[in-house]
Design a protein around this ligand. Structure first.
Ligand SMILES: Cc1cc2nc3c(=O)[nH]c(=O)nc-3n(C[C@H](O)[C@H](O)[C@H](O)COP(=O)(O)OP(=O)(O)OC[C@H]3O[C@@H](n4cnc5c(N)ncnc54)[C@H](O)[C@@H]3O)c2cc1C
Ligand code: HEM
Length: 393
C-alpha cells in the first residue's frame, strides 16, 4: 500500500477550504472533461443523477471527506464499503481509475488556473492511495460474485403490488438456481438507453429464502427511464440482464435476539420486506412499520399480513399520510418521534429505507432519542450525498 508522506498530507489538507467552497464547480469540470475525452465510461453513470447535481455532490463530497480524513483512513471504512459495493454492482474495474484520476487532476488544475505542481503531485498521490483502498476492497467483492458482469434472467411473473409498484420474478435463463444473497441487498439491471447504448439501475431484492427466483419490485417514476421500461415494455417471458447481488445494507444476524425495528416508506419497503421474511420465526421480536399515502399505494399488504399472522415474533403497523375513504390504517400522518419512541428499546436494531423526508425524520428522531449509532442501519435509493444535502436532515 502506498504510504503518504507528512508533506503530501499537509498539502492535501491545505486545499480543503478551497475544495469545499468550489466542490460542485470542480466536479462539474471533472465530469465535463471525462465524458468528452473518455465517453466509454458514460454508461456507468445515471444521467438523472447528473441532471439533478446529486452525483456532482457525491464525488465532491467523497473527495472532501477523503481529504479531511487522509491521515485517519479508518474513519473512511464505512464510506469505502458503500462505494466499493456500488462500484462493483456497476462493474467499475481497476482500469477505470486512471481515467477518473487524470480528469480529477485536470479539473483541479483548471480550477486553480493553473495549480502549483506540488498540489497536483500531492493530489496525484492521494488519489492513488484512495484508488488502491477502493480497488482492494472491490477485488474482494468481485471474487465472491457468483457470476461476472451480466447474465440474462427471464421474467417468470410480473405482479401488480399497488397502483405504482410492480414485482418482477426473475429466473436465470441458464436454468441455475437463484444465487444466495443477504436480506437488504440489491441487484443491478442493464437495459437499453435512449441513445442506443445501455444504462444500469439498482433494485433491492424484495424476496428472501426462495432460491427458485429473485424478486425485484419497481415503482413507476414519472419521466423515469428504467422504471417505465420495466413497467411498460418488459412483459412475462421477456429477458433482463442482471448483475449479481451487491450492497452492504444487510440484516446482521450476529446481533442475537435483540429486538428489531423495520421502518419503511413507499417503495423503500423492498429491502425491508426481505428482512421481514428473513426474521420470520426467529427468536427476536420484530416490529415492521410501513408508511404509505393510502390503501391504493400500499404495496405488499396481503403478503405482510399473512407473514405476521403466521409468525408470533412479527408485528406490524401501517400509517397512511392521506387515507382514502374505506382505508383502515393503524394510524395516520407521517412518521414522527412518538411513533419511533414507542417501539424503541435501548438495544433495538433499527433498519430503515424510504423517501428522503422520511429518512431524514427517522434519522433525526433516532439521534434525538440518543439511540446508539451502531444500531442504526439505513439504505437510500440514490447517492448518499443527496440525502445529506436534504434540508430536513
Ligand atoms: C441501492 C438502491 C436500491 C434501489 N431499490 C429500488 C427498489 O427496490 N425499487 C425501486 O422502485 N427503486 C429502487 N431504487 C431506485 C432505482 O435504482 C431507480 O433510481 C428508480 O427506479 C428511478 O429510475 P428511472 O430510470 O425510472 O428514473 P430516471 O430516469 O433515473 O429518473 C429519475 C428522476 O429524475 C428525473 N429525470 C430524469 N432525467 C432527467 C433530466 N435530464 N433532467 C431532470 N430530471 C430528470 C425523472 O423524471 C425522474 O423523476 C434503488 C436505488 C438504489 C441506489
Ligand atoms: C478514488 C476514486 C473514487 C471515489 C472517491 C469515488 C466515490 C464515489 C461515491 C462517493 C459515490 C456515491 C456512492 C453512493 O452514495 O451511492 C460513487 C458512485 C459512483 N462511482 Fe465512484 N468513486 C471513485 C472512482 C470511480 C471510478 C474509477 C468510476 C468508474 C468510472 C466510478 C464510477 C461511479 C459510478 C458510476 C457511481 C454511481 C453513479 C450514479 O449513481 O449515477 N467511480 N463513487
Amino acid at each position: 500500500m502506498t504510504k503518504l508522506t507528512p508533506e503530501t498530507i499537509a498539502t492535501v489538507k491545505a486545499t480543503i477550504p478551497f475544495l469545499s467552497e468550489n466542490s460542485v464547480k470542480l466536479t462539474c469540470e471533472f465530469y465535463h472533461r471525462m465524458f468528452r475525452e473518455n465517453p466509454e465510461v458514460k454508461e456507468f453513470f445515471n444521467p438523472a443523477h447528473q441532471a439533478s447535481g446529486a452525483q456532482q455532490g457525491a464525488l465532491a463530497g467523497a473527495v472532501c471527506a477523503f481529504a479531511r480524513n487522509i491521515d485517519t483512513p479508518e474513519n473512511l471504512a464505512s464510506a469505502v464499503s458503500l462505494i466499493a459495493h456500488k462500484h462493483v454492482s456497476l462493474g467499475v474495474q481497476p482500469e477505470h481509475y486512471p481515467i477518473v484520476g487524470k480528469h480529477l487532476l485536470g479539473a483541479i488544475d483548471a480550477l486553480l488556473d493553473p495549480a502549483p505542481p506540488e498540489i497536483l503531485e500531492a493530489w496525484g498521490q492521494a488519489y492513488g492511495f484512495l484508488a488502491e483502498v477502493l480497488t482492494g476492497a472491490e477485488a474482494g467483492l468481485f471474487a465472491d460474485k457468483p457470476w461476472e458482469g451480466f447474465k440474462p434472467f427471464r421474467i417468470a411473473r410480473k405482479v401488480v403490488e399497488s397502483e405504482s409498484i410492480a414485482s418482477f420474478y426473475l429466473e436465470a435463463e441458464d436454468g441455475n438456481p437463484a444465487p444466495a444473497f443477504l436480506p437488504g441487498q440489491y441487484l443491478t439491471v442493464r437495459i437499453p438507453a435512449a441513445d442506443g447504448t445501455t444504462t444500469m439501475r439498482n433494485y433491492s431484492l424484495s424476496s428472501y429464502g426462495n432460491n427458485d427466483f429473485l424478486r425485484i419490485s419497481v415503482k413507476r417514476e414519472e419521466g423515469g427511464h428504467a422504471s417505465n421500461y420495466l413497467h411498460g415494455e418488459l412483459t412475462e417471458g421477456g429477458l433482463l440482464d442482471v448483475a449479481a447481488p451487491s450492497g452492504d445494507f444487510v440484516f446482521d444476524f450476529e446481533r442475537g435476539d435483540a429486538p428489531v425495528l423495520l421502518l419503511s416508506g413507499g417503495v423503500g419497503v423492498t429491502p425491508i420486506l426481505g428482512m421481514l421474511h428473513a426474521n420470520a420465526g426467529k427468536g427476536c421480536r420484530v416490529d415492521f412499520v410501513h408508511g404509505a399515502i393510502n390503501g391504493a399505494s400500499h404495496a405488499f399488504k396481503e403478503e405482510v399480513d399473512a407473514l405476521v399472522e403466521k409468525h408470533e415474533n412479527l408485528n406490524r403497523h401501517y400509517r397512511y399520510s392521506e387515507p382514502a375513504e374505506g382505508d383502515e390504517p393503524d394510524s395516520t400522518g407521517f412518521f414522527d418521534l412518538a411513533l419511533i419512541e414507542g417501539l424503541l428499546k435501548p438495544d433495538t436494531e433499527v433498519y430503515f429505507c424510504g423517501p428522503k423526508p422520511m429518512m431524514s425524520l427517522v434519522h433525526s428522531a433516532l439521534n434525538e432519542l440518543g439511540h446508539p449509532a451502531e444500531r442504526i442501519h439505513f439504505e437510500f435509493f440514490g447517492p448518499q450525498e443527496e440525502l445529506l444535502q436534504c434540508p430536513m436532515h
